[in-house]
Write a protein that binds this ligand. Structure first.
Ligand code: NAD
Length: 337
């Protein structure tokens, strides 16, 4: 059994914890939290050992009547791999702790690429993480783009990808984020950070990205144009993408017109937290104009990186090859509609 610890039990950390706990070859050692809020209560109710991320705050947990298994150092020491899901920038501060205990660490997309040995997307570059001590699972948007571009690059070759990312202003729980009533080119300058981030997975791929922030919380939506080297029909692209386990082609007959109905669909399917781990590509949007492929996809920012974290655990330990790991993760989580 691979022993996995989670440091930072928020939006991403709590989902990765559940996904790890569901894997037959993994054991969740515990989760570390800074304060005894509702998420600490969730961890306790699920029976996950809770560790205090900051020693001085231990009394706060005691006052809240929450039993703590120990300090974060003990969690790091007891784990074969640690998943750091702390807010952006805190992962970098935690790196020395993981090095002290010689525990390989996975960081999230909010950290800088130069913090780590390898940036990771399971479909894109699984094998590069084998044996690495510090790995960054790329952000939700970069994950969504990498999953899409990997098969296109392999099958047809990509001349140039051009993507406009319509980004949710904040997650549903991020009450302080915005905009509330505006549409913001974000950033105003080109490129947005997403293109260069995709290049941490595919260094030679030519990609331009632009970002726009909107008053929405449910999902991101990408308007994608990929100029291909070999020219397939739209039907051939559909077959190629439809064969990928983490790409969901939203059938026209479902009459799903946006993120709201996608989330309803996920809830109808009993998905935990209404999570959608797959890219949602509108089937009828897949079009070829000359050598240009066009499509729309929606990305559930809070959950698409979760299976990638699970695969990265196996990758760093050399515990399975890519296809085996992805299949195991998919099956244990119930990926695929
Ligand atoms: P979050 O704020 O929801 O969760 C972070 C958790 O870490 C919180 O529970 C916080 O209390 C805790 N924390 C803060 N300081 C800590 C410390 N020193 N030690 C231990 N825990 C600490 O943040 P999130 O949205 O889960 O983001 C985590 C990372 O994942 C970031 O790098 C982010 O960029 C990345 N990410 C976020 C999303 C998203 O949409 N939310 C998507 C992909 C990647």
């Amino acid at each position: 059994m691979i022993r996995v610890g989670i440091n930072g039990y928020g939006t991403i950390g709590k989902r990765v914890a559940d996904a790890v706990a569901a894997q037959p070859d993994m054991e969740l050692v515990g989760v570390a939290k800074t304060r005894p809020n509702f998420e600490a209560e969730t961890a306790v109710s699920k029976g996950y050992p809770l560790y205090a991320a900051i020693e001085d705050r231990l009394p706060l947990f005691e006052e809240a009547g929450i039993d703590v298994a120990g300090g974060v150092e003990e969690l790091v020491e007891a784990s074969d791999v640690i998943v750091d899901a702390c807010p952006s920038g805190i992962g970098a501060e935690n790196k020395a702790l993981y090095e002290e205990y010689d525990t390989p660490a996975l960081y999230q997309g909010g950290e800088d690429a130069d913090l780590v040995d390898v940036s990771f997307n399971a479909r894109g570059n699984y094998q590069e993480a084998e044996g690495a001590d510090h790995v960054r699972v790329v952000s939700c948007n970069t994950t969504g783009l990498s999953r899409l571009l990997a098969p296109l690059q392999e099958e047809y070759g990509v001349q140039k990808a051009r993507v406009t990312l319509v980004r949710r202003g904040g997650d549903p729980g991020q009450t302080g984020r915005g905009p509330i009533n505006d549409i913001l080119p974000n950033p105003v300058t080109l490129p947005s950070h997403h293109g260069p981030d995709v290049n941490t997975i595919f260094p030679s791929l030519s990609i331009d990205t632009l970002g726009i922030k909107v008053p929405a919380t449910l999902m991101h939506t990408h308007s994608v144009n990929v100029q291909l080297e070999e020219v397939p029909t739209a039907e051939e692209v559909r077959d190629l993408l439809g064969a990928e386990s983490r790409l969901f082609l939203v059938p026209e007959k479902y009459a799903i017109d946006g993120a709201g109905k996608l989330k309803e669909f996920a809830m109808d399917h009993g998905r935990p937290r209404a999570d959608i781990w797959e890219n949602c590509i509108w089937d009828e949007s897949i079009s070829m104009e000359g050598d240009d492929l066009y499509l729309f996809q929606a990305i559930h920012q809070e959950s698409d990186v979760v299976p990638e974290n699970v695969d990265a655990v196996r990758a760093v330990l050399g515990a399975a090859d890519r296809d085996e790991s992805m299949a195991r993760t998919d099956e244990a989580m119930g990926i695929g509609f």
